[in-house]
Each structure stands twice: as C-alpha cells, then as structure tokens.
Design a protein around this ligand. Structure first.
Ligand code: NAD
Length: 336
C-alpha cells in the first residue's frame, strides 16, 4: 500500500512537471522550461526505458484537456519600432517641435520640419538632424495661420505617416482688451491648422494602412487661467478635435491623441525668467518655484525630451489602441 501511494505521488509529480513544461513552451518561457526538464531528468531512474502503465495515467486525459486549451498568443510587440516612417512636425524649428523631431529622429523616423520662416538656417537644421541620426530630413516653409499652406505642407511632404500638430503662439491680455487679430491668429494657428493638416493627411494614412496624429495641446486644454482666452479656447478646442478624429478613424489603423504639457522649459519660457525676476524682485529659483510653477506641484519644468518621448510612445505599436485621449504631462497640475 505504501509503495502504491508513493508511486501514485511520484506519477502525479511527474505529470505536474510535464504540464509546466507544456505551459512554459506555449508561453515561450524557455528558462522555466529548461529547469522543469532538468527536474524531470533527475526523477527518472537511469535504466528505465519503458515504463509500465501507472496510476497517474488515470489523470492524463484531464491534464491533456488542460494543456490543449486555446491560449492567448503572447506575441512580442516592438514597442518603439517606427523606423522608416515619415513625420510632419509643424512649428519644429525651435522649442517643443524641435524636441519632438529629435526624439522621432532618434528612433529612425524621417522628418519634415516646418515653420513660417524662410531662412537657410531652417534647411541647415534639417540637414544637421539627417547627419546626426542617419535619417532623411527636409524643411518645408508653410504658414500655419493660412489654411491653404496647411494643406500644401502635407501635399508637399508626399509621405505623412505621423502628423504632429505642434505650431502654436500665445498672447496674454484681459478679454475686453484682447486684440481681435491676436484672437484670430491664435485660433488659426493653435486650432484650425490641425483641422486642415489632419483633413489633408488622413486619406494618405488610410491608403497606407497606418497613421498617427499627435496634437500638442496644453494643460490649458483642460484647465483655464485668466487673460489667456484665445489660447485656452484653442487648446480646449484641439482636445475636442482629437476626440472627434479618433472616433472617425476608430476602425482604421490610425490613432489620434493629444499631449497636454504643463510648463516646458523652452527658449521662449527661459527668456521670460529674467523679466519675472525683475517684476517680482525674486531670484531665479523663487520665481520658477513660486511664480511660474505655482500650479505645477512637481516644481520642475517638463522637458522637450519628455514631450518628444511621449510622442514616440503614442506612435508605437504599444499605443495602437490608445486613441482619443489627452495625456497630461504636467507634474501633477491636473491632479488637484
Ligand atoms: P516656440 O515658440 O518655441 O515654438 C513654436 C513653434 O511654432 C516655432 O517653431 C515657430 O516657428 C512655430 N510657429 C509659430 N507660428 C507659426 C506659423 N504661423 N506657422 C508655422 N509655424 C509657426 O513654442 P513652444 O513652447 O515650443 O510651443 C510649441 C507648442 O507647445 C505650442 O502649441 C504650445 O502651445 C505648446 N505648449 C507649450 C508649453 C510651454 O510651456 N512651452 C506648454 C504647453 C503647451
């Protein structure tokens, strides 16, 4: 009886180990599988070649059913592989746009840089990125305040797998003193431009069977501040546009998302620090902590690299089911 019980126990143990092997093979966990095989080899007496029928065989059909159950394939997805795609980044000869372009180039994405300026420096900037990252890069001048320029930018780019709507301007004034032309240009550049470029880029993305649209909104797309009426209206608007495009493309292999940075340390923001120091009679550190980052709990600026890295992630295979979202990159501002 004792021998029968120990035989039964050993058979059961062996079957469990076999089951582990099957599962680890199915899930490609080769290190676990090798360990289980080694254990099995230790259990077998060296001389045994043919084993008599055993008690454990009684459980075999049930175990087979268990291991033959259909499983979810664990395919390795390439988290950041967007090499060889082409990105059009609006407003990308400085600041956040340039930071995004650099992070995309770093993972092998070809670039179309853009701004409204026409200077040899712009193509030189593109050439420099091409040399540095081994990609192709071109500068196309287009004024994002003009609908026809927005659409021409996409047409001239020829390929536009990734569209980053980044160009933006700001003006601060109380609403009754807010200049009408500033309101119009902020709405045109920060909001309407994304409508025109998206409309122009979508047919090509659908034909190519792949596309990513990333709109650079702002924490001001979800929170308001006084004296920034046009900027806040435009940034709230671009989040609405993002959601609508996401729904219209939901069944296509195209995604559309927004990124909402808090304060990002760009040359433009850096240049405001001395003025703020004078106005408030504070040193640099106090002005940054208590004035500029008063509502950013991390008390640190976001960086252009972080905005660029988030853009790369949204373009990756890992983010293929992320669409219609607005990702806050604001050091906790919106957590309040
Ligand atoms: P920036 O001034 O450094 O860059 C703006 C870019 O847009 C430049 O390349 C400029 O040439 C381009 N641009 C301006 N007008 C244009 C036009 N008519 N046509 C084409 N290009 C034009 O500013 P930034 O801080 O890098 O801002 C980039 C985006 O990020 C903007 O949409 C801004 O609202 C958003 N944002 C910035 C911050 C921040 O703290 N810096 C925070 C949240 C969101």
């Amino acid at each position: 009886m004792r021998t029968l019980a120990s035989k039964f126990f050993l058979e059961l143990l062996e079957l469990s180990v076999r089951k582990i092997i099957m599962e680890t093979l199915l899930e490609r966990r080769t290190a676990h599988c090798r360990m289980a095989l080694r254990f099995l080899a230790c259990m077998k007496p060296a001389s045994t070649t043919k084993r008599p029928p055993c008690v454990g065989a009684f459980f075999l059909p049930a175990l087979r059913r268990e291991t033959n159950r259909p499983r979810v394939e664990t395919r390795k997805i390439s988290v950041m592989d967007i090499r060889g795609r082409t990105a059009v980044v609006t407003g990308s000869n400085s600041g956040i746009g340039l930071g995004i372009a650099r992070q995309l180039a770093n993972v092998g994405v070809n670039l179309i840089l853009n701004s409204f300026t026409e200077s040899p420096d712009d193509q030189e900037l593109a050439d420099g990125l091409a040399r540095e990252f081994g990609i192709s890069a071109r500068y196309i001048r287009a004024d994002m305040s003009r609908p026809e320029d927005c659409r021409a930018l996409v047409a001239e780019a020829a390929a536009c797998d990734i569209l980053v709507n980044n160009a933006g301007i700001q003006h601060v004034a109380p609403i009754e003193a807010f200049p009408v032309e500033r309101w119009n240009s902020i709405i045109a550049i920060n909001l309407s431009a994304a409508f025109h470029t998206t409309a122009a880029a979508l047919p090509g993305m659908r034909d190519a069977g792949w596309g990513r649209i990333v709109n650079i909104a702002s924490v001001h797309g979800v929170r308001a501040s006084p004296y920034k009426s046009a900027y806040i209206a435009a940034k709230h608007g671009i989040i609405g546009l993002t959601k609508t495009v996401a729904l219209e493309t939901a069944e296509d292999p195209v995604t559309c998302n927004a990124i909402c940075p808090g304060y990002v340390l760009t040359p433009l923001v850096e240049a405001q620090i001395p003025g703020q120091m004078d106005v408030h009679g504070m040193d640099r550190e106090s002005v940054v902590r208590e004035v500029m980052l008063a509502r950013q709990p991390s008390k640190r600026f976001a960086t252009v690299e972080q905005v660029g890295g988030t853009t790369v992630f949204l373009c990756s295979e890992a983010a293929a089911q992320i669409t219609g979202t607005a990702i806050n990159l604001d050091g906790g501002w919106t957590a309040r």
